[in-house]
Design a protein around this ligand. Structure first.
Ligand SMILES: C[S@@+](CC[C@H](N)C(=O)[O-])C[C@H]1O[C@@H](n2cnc3c(N)ncnc32)[C@H](O)[C@@H]1O
Length: 240
């Protein structure tokens, strides 16, 4: 059974996830950096640096949210970045940020569902997603769509939480993730479920080689993964 944010509701995962991110959009950036002690910023930088050798000119950032990963991708000096997301609330915060930074000519944010992307086949040089794919209702469908819109030879980079496996990091991380993070997340975001859904969805999500197997099933080649910070997060790379 899919892990959903609001277990007492009948809506499907996609609509619950969109509602949840709409609810927390205003506090998302603060909580992200606060709860990870800023490490999420370093992880995004690392993921972007791994894409640098490809020199992508047109990039699609899926599950772009408030646009932090799209903004980091500007370091690669692309012609254009398109950010797509199913949460209008997150996109609104992102658009405000881009306007303040004067980046509207480089990054365009639009509504887009990864499982049914509004783009032609073979369009983008690179497709990325940071902390997004875990939230897809149908992971294989979402990754297949990312593959479809990528040009042959193009690169996919996914940054996602994974599960630390060695003592004592595994135990420390689990304690923090299951006890402290949901409490602080609930108090600050005022959403009862969002930061309980986070550890539950990470626990249920395939990581490491299991994730690469799904990459390969949907057609990606040259797949590899990089473990970050004791395995708390991982970066998954592949080519079309
Ligand atoms: C944890 S946020 C990540 C935002 C941003 N990438 C970052 O690094 O901070 C996850 C985002 O995934 C989006 N999302 C979930 N399912 C999606 C789907 N099927 N298609 C597009 N976006 C989706 C959510 O709306 C949310 O904004």
């Amino acid at each position: 059974m899919a892990v959903v944010p609001y277990k007492d509701q009948d809506d499907n995962k996609k609509s619950q996830v969109a509602t949840m991110f709409n609810n927390i959009a205003g506090k998302y950036d603060f909580l992200n950096h606060f709860l990870s002690a800023g490490i999420d910023i370093i992880w995004r930088k690392k993921a972007v640096s791994l894409l640098a050798p490809q020199k992508p000119k047109l990039i699609l950032d899926i599950a772009t949210g408030t646009g932090d990963f799209a903004i980091e991708l500007l370091k690669l000096n692309p012609d254009k970045i398109v950010g797509a997301d199913i949460s209008e609330g997150m996109l609104a915060v992102g658009r405000e940020k881009l306007t303040k930074k004067g980046l509207n000519h480089k990054i365009e944010l639009q509504y887009g569902d990864s499982e049914n992307l509004p783009f032609a086949d073979n369009t983008f040089d690179a497709v990325t997603a940071a902390f997004g794919v875990r939230n897809f209702e149908n992971l294989s469908k979402g990754l297949s769509e990312m593959n479809r819109v990528l040009k042959p030879g193009g690169t996919i980079v996914v940054l996602e939480f994974s599960k630390p496996r060695s003592f004592p990091m595994k135990q420390l991380f689990q304690f923090y993730f299951k006890n402290i993070l949901p409490l602080v997340g609930k108090i600050v975001s005022k959403d009862n479920a969002a930061y309980t859904y986070l550890p539950e969805s990470v626990q249920a999500f395939p990581d490491g080689q299991d994730f690469l197997n799904i990459y390969q099933q949907v057609g990606f080649k040259n797949t590899k993964w990089h473990s970050l910070t004791f395995g708390i997060s991982s970066i998954y790379i592949g080519t079309k």
